[in-house]
Design a protein around this ligand. Sequence first.
Ligand SMILES: N[C@@H](Cc1c[nH]c[nH+]1)C(=O)O
Length: 396
Amino acid sequence: MNQNEFVPQIPYGTRDFLPREASRKRAIEAALAGMFVRWGYDEVVTPTIEYLDTLTLGAGCEVQQNLFKFFDKNNHLLALRPDMTTPIARVAASRLRESPLPLKLFYLTNVFRYEQAQAGRQCEFYQAGVELMGAAGPTGDAEVIALAVESMREAGLAEFQISLGQVEFINGIMEESGLALQQRQQVKLAMLTRDLVGLGEILAISGLSREVQHLLQRIPVWHGREDMLDQALTMVTNEKSRGALANLAEIYQLLKVYGVEQYVTFDLGIIRDFDYYTGMVFEGYTPGLGFPLCGGGRYDQMLNSFGAGAPATGFALGIERIMLALERQGKTDKAEAKNFYVAWPSGRLAAAITKAGQLRKSGYSVEVACQAQTEREAAASQTDKGFERLIYLTED
Ligand SMILES: N[C@@H](Cc1c[nH]c[nH+]1)C(=O)O
């Protein structure tokens, strides 16, 4: 190819998927889509752009800070979707309003968040996920968590862990403590970023009793197995927090039935970066990657804001993060195999095209050489291009 001084740039936070990566991405997405269908979920595709009002109606005003926003020709404010939960809630509350509940929907698509770009997460990134709408309580939550576990397995990951929390646990403690709204938000932010020092400082000037300060300070370190829930129960007296713990215990019983409980530990300090969550929340981690590969939870108020009250729960998986985790674990074999390279000497193009046609009909991937080659050249091309086998059509 021509060497040229000029290298065109792409915008901050975007990336290209070159053929090998694109093929690995496609293979993972195909495996996940197949699995969602096997679990009874139907695919939906929604527009990349939405009215800003729609996105903030569903997810709250805080979401605005990380949106790519712009105007259309009629001066309507538009934004790129930062996730699929709100667009799907919009669809469920409008075009699918008459459909029988529960609705089980899945998606594989790109979303956009104006945040610091990092390995495995650019500003534009890809998600696979499900939304289960119209199923209240632990049944739907357990299904979604079990599906998250199966998704990680389906993508090829062996070692991973799901951390399960409940936003009402923290809400209960904060309400009981009488913290002002602004302070509550500061506390939540410190917990979200796991900033324990900052959390300590906020609490120190909060005017709360030492006992309550201690309780709040300890929330981020409350993680463990089932017995941790019993311990937590001895620490809180308010109904909301106790209800949250009971809810987690019920979900866990169902996860045992799904046979996935070995992947699940509890983490009462989980705060997700969308604040539409109203119940259980979870995140999936794998060793060596400091950020979650998947996450989700229950959001029972969102459909209400679109005028169609129904409980809902769901999760999404970051495709690039899965790809990165697989790479770090040395598992990059999910790319599609390239089967045959068909090459030809001068005068044999027609025979090569015919041969390739037959092979493709049998399901093989085949490339036909674009020009006549010697057998040696053909062998070199086969290697360079990464084909498993070479077919060289000899002269008649
Ligand atoms: N939309 C959330 C995941 C989710 C789906 N449903 C509920 N939560 C995210 O992008 O993190």
